[in-house]
Design a protein around this ligand. Structure first.
Ligand code: XIL
Length: 298
């Protein structure tokens, strides 16, 4: 193929980008989006603070701008993210206990129901494990409602949108390490007890190199019977960026259950990582060497 999306589709995968509703009026941005990508993720617009700014009162206007663009262009939509310790609305930040648990599950039900039938995969829970070697859950207001908050969220999401793939998404889980092993053990437990989970998202925010056991880590999750998606890929620019992007593509294509790759933005100037120039297009919208190596690896 001659574009990322078409080439990925030839391999039975999608190639997506995180996009911002506020940039949909930028013609350079939109022309790259429409030409190259066949999946989108809302960079911020479907998060809890954006969708439920006051308790029980929902606002889907910016999420819908992204969803409508995707639907009109035949692109898949990754939903991101139903529950997360960050970007919670202030009212939720100040809640705890059963009131917070009920509010969180209501949030999952309402948002997943609103978008029912439109979302290819939902990040039901984002970043719930601690960094480092403990393998523990991250401390958060949600975690303090009880260790079963994650499975409760997945069950609510399944009931609300039975057709969406339900994902657990995290960072620093790209290699085989104590944090990714803790996620692995949770997924294995969920599968054994019938808790609905369909995929694991590896955010894949990388420095200049890719972990040597990246493919092996993708494979071990796939072997549990879940899909793996590369959900937020970006790689610091340096002499290795083009090679590193190609390595990511090759690792995903080598595992049949690695079903798609999403880059976390379009141009370097759109990236949350500022000066790292971590994406596939420069600030003017020109294709970088990393673009060419990615396309050639697909
Ligand atoms: C980031 C967005 O890119 C920023 O615009 C926002 O200010 C903060 O969140 N992990 C995630 C994403 O799951 O939601 C984060 O996105 C990046 C890290």
């Amino acid at each position: 193929g001659t574009t990322l999306g078409a080439s990925a589709a030839e391999k039975g995968r999608y190639f997506g980008a995180a996009i911002a509703a506020g940039r949909l009026s930028d013609s350079t941005y939109v022309s790259i989006l429409n030409r190259e990508f066949n999946s989108v993720t809302a960079e911020n617009e479907m998060k809890w603070d954006a969708t439920e700014p006051s308790q029980g009162s929902f606002n889907f206007s910016n999420g819908d701008r992204i969803a409508n663009h995707a639907i009109s262009r035949g692109m898949k939509i990754r939903g991101h993210a139903l529950l997360w310790h960050a970007q919670q609305p202030p009212w939720a930040q100040n809640m705890s206990g059963s009131a917070l648990r009920n509010a969180a599950i209501n949030h999952v039900t309402r948002v997943a129901s609103y978008y029912r039938g439109k979302i290819h995969s939902w990040d039901v829970v984002n970043e719930a494990f601690a960094d480092g070697t403990s393998g523990a859950r991250r401390d958060s207001n949600l975690q303090r409602t009880g260790n079963d908050w994650i499975e409760a969220a997945f069950r609510a999401a399944r009931a609300a949108d039975p057709g969406a793939k339900l994902c657990y998404n995290d960072y620093n889980t790209d290699s085989i390490n104590p944090k990714s092993t803790a996620v692995y053990n949770m997924v294995r437990d969920f599968k054994s007890r019938g808790v609905p989970i369909d995929c694991v998202g590896l955010q894949s925010h990388f420095g200049t190199t890719i972990p040597s056991d990246y493919q092996a880590n993708i494979q071990r999750f796939a072997d549990l019977g879940v899909d793996v998606q590369i959900t937020e890929l970006d790689i610091t620019q340096g002499s290795n960026q083009a090679n590193a992007y190609a390595q990511v593509v090759r690792a995903c294509l080598a595992v049949s259950r690695c079903t798609g790759i999403t880059v976390w933005g379009i141009r370097d100037s759109d990236s949350w990582r500022g000066g790292d120039n971590a994406l596939l297009f420069d600030a003017s919208g020109n294709k970088k060497a990393a673009y060419t190596s990615t396309l050639n690896a697909l």
